[in-house]
Design a protein around this ligand. Sequence first.
Ligand SMILES: [Fe+2]
Ligand SMILES: [Fe+2]
Length: 165
Amino acid sequence: MPKANPSLISGKLAQKLKEQIGHELGAHQQYLAIGTYFAQQNLDKWAALFYKQAAEEKEHALKIVRFLTDVGEAAHFPAIPAASTGFKSAADAVSQALKWERTVTEQFQTMAKIALAESDFVGFQFLQWFLEEQVEEVSSMEKYLALVESGINLFQAEALLELAS
Ligand SMILES: [Fe+2]
Ligand SMILES: [Fe+2]
């Protein structure tokens, strides 16, 4: 069906952003799983930290949905992968989160490359916020992983969580 108004961003970038909605909602669910893993062990502050992170990922998805709507693109909600709470250890859970954050950073870098190659400056500018956000998310996840891997008792570590965030 032809659109009434042309899109303000490149078709290639729009396609990637539509896929990214699924990645962000997938991250939302993965963080819910990590939060639940900690809650099951009565590590409530660790749980709260990851539930808060989950909420941020949902906001990221919504930010993309709103942008796509504003620029005249249709947003879709793709299927998202299941997330298990069955982590081997706290270090396993947090290191998986760090790995996802690195992957998401690569996804946004790929989108930034596409935007530049397409001379899509509207799209490129939108991506700046996410690139900055990813630097922060990778950095804070590295700090949480270092804390878990230090061998500190995780209940005692809860007092340090606000310092690391
Ligand atoms: Fe995100
Ligand atoms: Fe994230």
